[in-house]
Design a protein around this ligand. Structure first.
Ligand SMILES: Nc1ncnc2c1ncn2[C@@H]1O[C@H](COP(=O)(O)OP(=O)(O)OP(=O)(O)O)[C@@H](O)[C@H]1O
Length: 257
């Protein structure tokens, strides 16, 4: 689904990523963890074919960046981030925010939608427990509801690869747990796409996630199966302080040791 070979990103003379080798297979659900400024969003934007690397090679699905038609590739990759959510018109209905993903636009204009699109949007809203909010204006929703709408929109086109940038950031405990339960259920389904989720917190790793990439300020610290990579030692190297890590029933908690 994703293959990065020796990828580097330099912006305005600053090296943000260098020497990144990373492969994501179709049956894997990855979490990308790291401190502020480590380059997580930059990495996700490359995976979403929204940005090009300065060096190395990137394959997204079956296309190599630089050669592939991005307009054909992008609808096959679901992407949700708060930066993208800021582009949704506040006075657009929740149904339309989700529905407009079918045309990769953020607000309804003159496009005509097929009945099948409308039915799919209604189904996705129900799956993400948003059906009762379909006619509400996006700008009137709580943060937790808006986050769920972003994810519902990102899965509307049935993507082969789903990329989520900090989906649980700024949520209260109840809203976070509700979102993680939904995400965990979605990720555990056999028909789920490959998923990459960026977060700062091990507490936000939903059940059903299989792999982790730890990104520190100096580059990739560790990557691989969650059980091997998510260790106190690796988190210490990633975040730069001694960490105590516990796992209970497939969920993680970390604090300074
Ligand atoms: N155009 C640019 N010129 C210089 N530096 C940049 C540019 N764009 C991003 N950066 C820097 O690259 C680094 C990585 O940014 P990025 O947003 O990818 O990090 P992040 O890990 O997602 O951070 P956060 O967790 O705070 O969201 C940051 O230090 C940022 O300031």
């Amino acid at each position: 689904m994703l293959d990065l070979e020796d990828v580097s990103v330099v912006r305005d003379g600053t090296t943000i990523l260098s020497g990144v080798h990373w492969k994501v297979d179709g049956d894997q659900r990855w979490v990308v963890l790291g401190p502020n400024g480590a380059g997580k969003t930059t990495l996700l934007q490359i995976a979403a074919a929204m940005s090009h690397p300065s060096g190395g090679a990137v394959q997204v699905l079956d296309g190599r960046l630089g050669e592939v038609d991005l307009f054909e590739l992008r609808p096959r990759v679901g992407f949700a981030s708060s930066a993208m959510a800021r582009r949704f018109p506040a006075n657009e209905t929740v149904l339309n925010v989700v529905l407009t993903a079918a045309y990769s636009v953020t607000g309804r204009w003159n496009e005509t939608y097929e009945e099948i699109d409308e039915r799919r949007a209604q189904r996705v809203l129900a799956e993400w427990k948003l059906d009762h909010l379909a006619d509400r204006l996006f700008g009137s929703l709580s943060d937790g509801e808006q986050k769920r709408v972003q994810i519902a929109r990102s899965v509307m086109t049935d993507p082969e690869l789903l990329l989520l940038d900090e989906p649980a950031a700024s949520l209260d405990l109840g809203a976070r747990e509700e979102l993680l339960t939904l995400l965990g259920g979605y990720a555990s389904a056999p028909e789920a796409p490959a998923i990459v989720m960026v977060t700062h917190h091990v507490e936000e790793i939903p059940k059903g996630f299989t792999h982790a990439l730890l990104l520190g300020r100096g580059g990739v610290v560790a990557q691989g199966p969650l059980g091997e990579v998510l260790t106190a030692q690796n988190l210490e190297t990633t975040f730069g302080l001694p960490i105590s890590l516990t796992e209970t029933d497939g969920r993680f908690t970390a604090r300074a040791a």
